[in-house]
Write a protein of this length. Structure first.
Length: 266
């Protein structure tokens, strides 16, 4: 089975301007497809920007099948590439910090609502999701989705491992001074759960935040296969099923678990 070449779009786009961000996504999808990628992953809240005024978020939010989803479906279909994008979702009488995966044929495959909201801004702006494991199949791999702070909870990632996630997509808005998450925590999560993790960050100043970049694709052997710098960048990495299978065969973490000892965790 061939590796899934994955493009990580490290960009903050234009705050509050969905049309401009769709244009940037179209251009990135073209470059990613030309580079041989079958999947393009963007940052948290890529569609609108992250540091929005609270009163603006409901007006910028869209349903999962809204006009931007239709536009991104067209982008995916035109370039023959799957796209994972972050956006504010309006649904079920609330607004969620969400990420949606659209297949290379333009069909919506999965939608994740962020389960762990970080800080006062997110807790004031959004309702937390309540589904920890959201998955879809793509390119022979089981794809999982989380958003930023979600991946910092080991129970969350372990739930994905037990559900068979091969490649975990994590659009993020990782800010200073927490860059150790990108540099150290994400590769450890990939190793201890025997999966690939694509962690895709925003970059530069935005409102009161300073995003640190450092997007990466970490592999199940603990190696960071690709790493962006601090600026706008499109980087590529391979999610290789053969390496994944060999690593799972050699690493006993999941086989050596003793769930009966862990009851106190819940």
């Amino acid at each position: 089975m061939p590796a899934l070449r994955t493009a990580l779009l490290q960009s903050s786009g234009v705050l509050g301007d969905t049309a401009q961000n769709l244009k940037a996504l179209d251009e990135a999808a073209a470059h990613a497809a030309q580079g041989g990628a079958g999947l393009l992953v963007t940052s948290e809240m890529f569609l609108t920007g992250y540091a929005l005024d609270l009163q603006d978020i409901p007006g910028l939010a869209e349903p999962a099948d809204g006009p931007s989803a239709v536009a991104i479906g067209e982008i995916a279909r035109r370039h023959g590439i799957a796209v994972l994008y972050g956006y504010p979702e309006r649904g079920d009488g609330a607004v969620f910090n969400a990420a949606q995966l659209i297949g290379p044929d333009g069909v919506r495959l999965a939608n994740h609502r962020k389960t762990h909201l970080f800080g006062c801004f997110e807790q004031d702006a959004f309702t937390p999701g309540d589904t920890p494991v959201v998955q879809a199949d793509l390119g022979g791999l089981r794809i999982g989705i989380m958003i930023c702070y979600d991946v910092e909870f080991p129970e969350n990632v372990r739930a994905h491992a037990l559900a068979g996630t091969d490649l975990l997509l994590v659009p993020t808005a990782q800010m200073h001074p927490f860059q150790f998450v990108a540099e150290q925590l994400v590769p450890v999560r990939a190793f201890e759960n025997q999966m690939y993790i694509a962690y895709v960050n925003r970059t530069g100043p935005e409102g009161e935040f300073e995003f640190v970049g450092l997007s990466c694709l970490a592999s199940p052997d603990g190696v960071t296969r690709t790493r962006a710098g601090r600026g706008e960048e499109l980087v590529f990495g391979e999610a290789d099923p053969e390496l994944l299978a060999a690593s799972r065969e050699n690493n006993p973490y999941l086989r050596d678990r003793r769930p009966g000892l862990y009851a106190s965790l819940v």
